[in-house]
Design a protein around this ligand. Structure first.
Ligand code: F6P
Length: 342
């Protein structure tokens, strides 16, 4: 067979491990060929390709980012986008495509399969862990480890200066990174998009902690957590999939905490540091297992599916199951985090 592969949406650690797994398994065990489309869905639209060989995909397991590069291109917003994708598939004599991405990339794949008959298998990735029908996406564990390490560092400086430090983390409209990172890093309060911010509660909690002799506090806030003024999001810049660009809540919150507690408070935004660098061992293994099953599904000609982690099994599910709604934070985990507030 001849197989195409692309990586779309925000990059995340583990993408290269998927590419490596697909290329190795396809060439060594099926005598198939693999070509990479560059920059997400822009690749097949503009026919931007790169041959992938055993040589060119060696030494990739530990490398962050994606050698295919990525973009947030939405083919359904581009004149004849879907048709141009099918033309590129034909031009490159491809039998199938493996699309590695989050809700947007997999959402496009699902539409391309249903409306245009594209032979596609999806591999879910995102540091946000907000894709349905899979217990975890790769990239998430790495991001959580980065947050935990940052919080360890913030603890020592916060303690030395008697400060409150507010750490804003990514995750879009889901609080997975904030909650897992916050628990792992010993946060004293965690704010997530799934629960409206009650400033008084945050303030009381910090004051209580200080009253029992702790002169510093660490607060984690998810970028999508919101104060009451949801209206403020309306004018914010949007990407091709209609997502607003988030960021800034950490700074707002730090000012409010300082005002209401009287404690010196600073904000830190971890930003893209959470997406960069090497994947953790967990993410390398998950990405590799995903890549291997995606390759097998392609060779079984089982299309319109997404690989998924269920318990410790890698299975396949219909792509729509992954993208039809957002997987928000398990509030049972948040309850565990709450035990340590104040
Ligand atoms: O979806 C991954 C993510 O890192 C989100 O957590 C964040 O809101 C968004 O991407 C940032 O996107 P960009 O890198 O395009 O600014």
């Amino acid at each position: 067979m001849r197989i195409g592969i692309l990586t779309g949406g925000g990059d995340c650690p583990g993408l290269n491990a998927v590419i490596r797994a697909v290329v190795r398994h396809s060439i060594k065990n099926y005598a198939s060929e693999v070509i990479g489309f560059l920059e997400g869905w822009r690749g097949p639209i503009e026919n931007m390709v790169m041959p992938l060989t055993l040589q060119s995909t060696g030494g990739l397991i530990q490398r962050g980012g994606t050698i295919l590069r990525t973009s947030r291109t939405n083919p359904f917003k581009i004149e004849k986008g879907p048709e141009r994708i099918l033309e590129s598939m034909q031009k490159n004599r491809l039998d199938a495509l493996i699309a590695v991405g989050g809700e947007d990339t997999c959402g496009v794949a699902s539409k391309m399969h249903k409306q245009h008959g594209l032979n596609v298998v999806c591999v879910p990735k995102t540091i946000d862990n907000d894709l349905n029908a899979t217990d975890f996406t790769f990239g998430f564990d790495t991001a959580v480890n980065i947050v935990a390490e940052a919080l360890d560092r913030l603890h020592t400086t916060a303690e030395s200066h008697n400060r409150v430090l507010v750490c804003e983390v990514m995750g879009r409209h889901a609080g997975w990174i904030a909650c897992y990172g916050g628990i792992a890093g010993g946060a004293d309060y965690i704010l997530v998009p799934e629960k409206p911010i009650h400033l008084q509660d945050v303030v009381d909690s910090i004051k209580k902690r200080h009253a029992r002799g702790k002169d510093f506090s660490i607060v984690v806030v998810a970028e999508g957590a919101m104060l009451d003024d949801k209206e403020s999001l309306k004018d914010q810049e949007q990407d091709a999939f209609g997502h607003v660009k988030l960021g800034g809540i950490g700074d707002q919150l730090a000012k409010l905490i300082e005002k209401h507690t009287g404690y010196e408070t600073r904000a830190i935004v971890l930003g893209h540091i959470q997406r960069g660098g090497s994947p953790t061992a967990f993410d390398r293994v998950l990405a590799t297992r995903f890549g291997v099953l995606a390759t097998e599904l392609v060779h079984q000609k089982k299309f319109g599916v997404m690989v998924s982690l269920r318990g410790n099994e890698i299975v396949d599910v219909p792509v729509e199951a992954g993208v039809d709604s957002l997987k928000t934070l398990d509030m049972g985990v948040y309850k565990v985090a709450q035990v340590f507030f104040g």
